[in-house]
Design a protein around this ligand. Structure first.
Ligand code: FAD
Length: 409
């Protein structure tokens, strides 16, 4: 097999890494081109000036993700488990809401939280039962026309329970405050939450990237290599050089023709100094009355000593707003909930955080595009790590199917 037929993968995020692992398993030695100076894409952990590790955009791993199970050794990530629920600020107090099946010890606190009615708790149980039916992927692929909001109304949840708990909780996951994402994405995420743990690798999301990268033994990785454009037979790189390549696997939008450009939700992730005692266990905090904050956690609860005196909060940058205005609003939100935050220690704006998709699917039905390339990335399927990984695998499998002859070793 000539050089031009060597598989080339563009973008070294989760989708690109899994595409390379899939190709390697089939005996190929791919070339991975990544614009940044490291792999991982949106999975990135930085170290603050005092040595505290912080993910660029707070993220969680749902251990029930089928694709994560396929590729990662979750135990080796030294996972910190979050309580399957949240602390919700309501009428000046912190109320605990937890999955009654996964955290039965918090059942009483959940039932007496006053966030919803008794009927809402029954409806949650019914939903837990329903989303466990069928395969996980069939849930994500259901072609329901409605938004998450309309779905929750159809299921009969009270406005109070939606606005005090369900909307704040899922706004943080979807990075969308109006629960506009399709109900299929909600049901899939709800099932993942109900059937597995919510974890963060102790050393941050980058340790997942490190683990996957270590498995790449036959891939040539070229970091700091931006692909400028793609044509039928070659790629033009950022430095103007041309790379002969046919049928590249492209894991980012914008380089290949698209019916519509991908729209993104943007967020701001901030670490504030804080003189407030933490909750005492890893749990997500929600402030339903917030203007900006979608969720937060006390870093000490998750990272121990290094997180002491720090709160990590995320906010959406609303259309027409600025990062500065968002930062002020976040500060006010936290103070308003009685959390004594002081100065900003670290902040990152993530302008392309999650793709806005009107329909989700477990993966694109056919990753081949008319130009002879193979498309992948979360924007082609659903806004999650699970979908990103799967899209990389499916695109690589299609490439392998179309190139049956193995590369000579
Ligand atoms: C704040 C935040 C919170 C999130 N929370 C969760 C969560 O809790 N759970 C969950 O499941 N998912 C979450 N996600 C989503 C998850 O991180 C993504 O779905 C997944 O990482 C996307 O992987 P990807 O490979 O599709 O894209 P990316 O990670 O964006 O990878 C694309 C790669 O391509 C590179 N690239 C770009 N342009 C070029 C070019 N021209 N040439 C070469 N390389 C290029 C980029 O540098 C990048 O490395 C969150 C994301 C963010 C940002």
């Amino acid at each position: 097999m000539g050089l031009s037929e060597r598989p080339v993968v563009v973008g070294g995020g989760a989708a690109g890494i899994i595409a390379c692992l899939t190709l390697e398993k089939a005996g190929y030695s791919p070339l991975l081109l990544e614009a940044d100076d490291r792999l991982g894409g949106r999975l990135r952990t930085e170290t603050m000036s005092d040595g505290t590790r912080v993910d660029v955009g707070f993220q969680i791993l749902l251990t029930a993700y089928p694709e994560l199970q396929k590729w990662a050794d979750i135990g080796a990530l030294d996972p910190v488990r979050f309580v399957p629920g949240a602390k919700v600020h309501h009428r000046g107090r912190w109320k605990t809401v937890a999955d009654p099946l996964r955290a039965p010890s918090l059942l009483l606190q959940t039932l007496t939280s006053n966030l919803g009615t008794f009927g809402d708790h029954i409806r949650i149980l019914a939903l837990l039962r329903d989303v466990r039916r069928g395969t996980a992927l069939s849930i994500q692929n259901q072609q329901s026309p409605g938004t998450t909001w309309s779905f929750l109304k159809t299921r009969g949840f009270s406005d109070n329970f939606i606005s005090r708990f369900l909307a704040p909780f899922f706004s943080g996951i979807f990075l969308n405050r109006s629960l506009a994402p399709p109900s299929a994405q909600f049901c899939y995420t709800f099932r993942m939450l109900a059937t597995g743990d919510v974890i963060r690798p102790r050393l941050g999301m980058a340790s997942l990237v490190d683990q996957l990268e270590r498995k790449l033994t036959r891939t040539e990785i070229r970091t700091s290599t931006r692909v400028q454009s793609i044509s039928e037979n070659h790629l033009v790189l950022g430095d103007g050089s041309i790379l002969e390549a046919r049928g590249a696997i492209v894991t980012i939008p914008g380089l290949t023709p698209e019916a519509e450009p991908t729209l993104w939700n943007s967020c701001l992730n901030v670490v504030f100094a804080c003189s407030q005692a933490p909750f005492g266990r890893p749990i997500i905090g929600l402030i339903p009355a917030s203007k900006a904050v979608t969720n937060f956690h006390f870093m000490e609860d998750v990272q121990g000593e290094e997180g002491k005196g720090k709160v990590n909060a995320t906010a959406l940058i609303a259309e027409g707003s600025t990062p500065d205005a968002t930062l002020h609003a976040m500060h006010d939100d936290l103070l308003g909930a009685g959390i004594r935050v002081n100065e900003t220690l670290w902040q990152r704006q993530i302008s392309q955080a999650l793709p806005q998709l009107a329909q989700v699917r477990s993966n694109v039905a056919n990753p081949r595009n008319p130009q002879g390339n193979y498309i992948a990335g979360d924007h082609t399927a659903a806004p999650s790590l699970d979908a990103a990984m799967r899209s990389g695998r499916v695109a690589a499998e299609a490439w392998i199917e179309d190139h049956p002859q193995k590369q000579s070793k």
